[in-house]
Design a protein around this ligand. Structure first.
Ligand code: ADP
Ligand code: MG
Length: 389
């Protein structure tokens, strides 16, 4: 880690503003997965033990102005349970009332600020708003890895006004992702899937210079299959990247593993009739919605002989039972392998969690977009802004 961390901060008696990623999934006001909250606990406990006055900032969802559904109240309740102390929620994240609440804090107290995205200035990285946030505290810690690829007021702007440190979660994420990309135990295998082909094209380009093998599954695979000249029916296609995929196959074909067979259907439903066919023979009125069993076997072999595996993006429409087997198969191969296994990407992490295999992975990243941009080789503005080590 090239940056100073919260361990370098003498926090006793100081007001420390910690940017967390509490952007948790909610259903009817209840948190359905609290991993992002539990992952923030090491940093929070360290600061509490040192006797800092800890104020927490986060966004939740994409509210347009002040919207009660996007209140951080459920997070305050869950954090209170996890930390075993009452964590009050401020009515806002800036302003006089918040200042008064901060002034009333004692050493070791924790205060959660309300959703920073209730202010449009947050995403605009408005300097005056960043200064207002900073005026609450003596020091700043960024532990919101999931938002580190965004230059927003609470992730980047504020770091220009306060001594700024990395939290322990950001440190852990960068350690695992950084080592995998820059100094991997070989063979180094990357598995890419999911639906966001456009977003992942730059990742493919960067990873192809580093990996020994690139497995491509999920919705991404079909543009490559089409680039090889095969009929892909109604499968996902990114027409604009067809030529690019052709070029990649010509240059790096020996490194790229595509599905051998795929599970096809005419509709994406829980009751869809499916069949496995060779990836070269998708009927024109069908779509490929999962990788088939032979692909799972072939990908498993590659995974079992790997030293490091990075996985981003499910192998099929795993949310629907008829199309989940490929993603389960790859998750099980990662779980069984001796390799260092890293799962990034919101949906892939959710899939691994859903299958009960998360704790069999070396590291499950809390940052979908952030981990992708890291894998692209981009600098993350929320981390760049912190003090150099
Ligand atoms: P991640 O969040 O892990 O980065 P993405 O957001 O790129 O992954 O893609 C996840 C989505 O991709 C899932 O909702 C899944 O249903 C979809 N998907 C995977 N394979 C296919 C496919 N063959 N056709 C259509 N959608 C697919
Ligand atoms: Mg996703």
């Amino acid at each position: 880690m090239q940056k100073q961390t919260v361990r370098d901060l003498e926090a006793a008696g100081k007001v420390v503003l910690v940017r967390c990623d509490f952007n948790v999934p909610l259903e009817a006001g209840s948190i359905t997965d609290d991993r992002r909250i539990t992952e923030s606990l090491p940093t929070l406990r360290l600061l509490i033990e040192q006797g800092a006055r800890v104020i927490l900032a986060s966004h939740l969802g994409r509210p347009k102005g002040v919207t009660p559904e996007f209140s951080l109240a459920p997070v305050a309740a869950r954090l209170s349970e996890l930390l075993g102390k009452n964590i009050p929620l401020a009515p806002d994240c800036v302003g006089d009332e918040v200042k008064a609440m901060v002034a009333a804090m004692g050493d070791g107290d924790v205060l959660l600020l309300e959703n920073v995205r209730f202010h449009p200035e947050e995403e605009a990285n408005d300097p005056a708003f960043a200064a207002q946030l900073a005026s609450l505290a003596d020091a700043y810690v960024n532990d919101a890895f999931g938002t580190a690829h965004r230059a927003h007021a609470s992730t980047e702007g504020v770091a220009h006004h306060l001594p700024a440190y990395a939290g322990l979660l950001i440190e852990k994420e960068i350690e695992f992702l950084g080592r995998a990309v820059n100094n991997p135990k070989r063979p180094f295998v990357a598995i890419l899937g999911g639906a966001k082909i456009k977003d992942k094209i730059p990742v493919i380009t960067n990873l192809l210079t580093k990996v020994d093998k690139l497995i491509i599954g999920g919705g991404m695979a079909y543009t490559f299959l089409k680039a090889q000249g095969h009929e892909i029916g109604k499968s996902l296609l990114d027409e604009s990247n067809l030529d690019f995929c052709k070029e990649l196959l010509a240059q790096h074909g020996d490194k790229i593993a595509l599905p051998i067979d795929v599970v096809i259907a005419t509709e994406l439903t829980e009751t869809a009739a499916t069949q496995s066919v060779p990836a070269t023979h998708i009927p024109s009125d069908h779509m490929g919605a999962d990788i088939g069993p032979d692909s799972v076997d072939a990908f498993t072999q590659i995974i079992m002989s790997a030293g490091t595996v990075i996985w981003n993006g499910p192998m099929g429409v795993f949310e629907l039972a008829p199309f989940e087997a490929g993603t389960i198969g790859v998750a099980e191969a990662l779980a069984a392998s001796q390799a260092i296994t890293i799962v990034g990407g919101g949906d892939s992490a959710a899939a691994v969690e859903q299958f009960g295999l998360a704790d069999k992975m070396t590291h499950v990243s809390t940052g979908g977009g952030a981990s992708l941009e890291f894998l692209e080789g981009k600098k993350l503005p929320g981390i760049e802004a912190l003090l150099d080590a």
